[in-house]
Design a protein around this ligand. Structure first.
Ligand code: GDP
Ligand code: MG
Length: 174
């Protein structure tokens, strides 16, 4: 059976940039200029048994009910066939944490007993001290059983090794 790791995040948190940075494969995930353009599930493969799934995000400005429902349906459907899903990378903008999209994602992880790795992206926008404080604060607000959390910056390359290690743990180890 194959192994899958899914990347989730509200639009414009930098999900595409993060995927590009971690996988260091150009055009593996395209960075979109207009936020919220990704609507369907995008699969990227290392080989026939190891895949990254780019889950569509939403949340930029107002999102209508039908967009929300479409996303929920898509996610429900995806999680139903998730036997090979090893864990979820949840990308959060460190300056705007735990919005309703993130809360919903956290609920899904809890309900389905999924391992969760939170990337606090755009940490370059805060001082090192403030970023650390935010991480502690956000960590204390997330109640997940199998949780890890880290600072990240796709622009400055902060946290890349740590994130790659987690990805490798889920996709390649054991
Ligand atoms: N300052 C800063 N900007 C970032 C970072 N990561 C992404 N961005 C910017 O955020 C915007 C949205 O990025 P994108 O990867 O398209 O986000 P997506 O909609 O979540 O896939 C772009 O203008 C990126 O250049 C980061 O770590 N730091
Ligand atoms: Mg994108």
């Amino acid at each position: 059976m194959g192994k899958e790791v899914a990347f989730a995040g509200r639009s414009n948190v930098g999900k595409s940039s993060v995927i590009n940075k971690i996988t260091s494969r150009r055009n593996l995930a395209r960075t979109s200029k207009s936020p919220g353009r990704t609507r369907e599930l995008n699969y990227f493969s290392y080989d026939e048994k190891r895949h990254i799934v780019d889950l569509p995000g939403y949340g930029f400005a107002k999102v209508d009910v039908s967009t929300r429902n479409t996303w929920k349906k898509l996610l429900d459907h995806y999680l139903q066939e998730r036997a090979c899903l090893r864990g979820i990378f949840l990308i959060i903008d460190i300056r705007h944490p735990l919005k309703s999209f993130d809360q919903l994602m956290l609920k899904y992880c809890e309900a389905n007993n999924l391992a969760l790795h939170v990337l606090l992206n755009k940490s370059d926008k805060l001082s090192k001290n403030d970023a650390k404080k935010m991480m502690i604060e956000i960590h204390s607000e997330i109640k997940a059983i199998n949780l890890s959390i880290q600072l990240f910056s796709a622009s400055k390359g902060v946290g890349v090794d740590e994130a790659r290690l987690k990805l490798a743990e889920w996709l390649f180890f054991d």
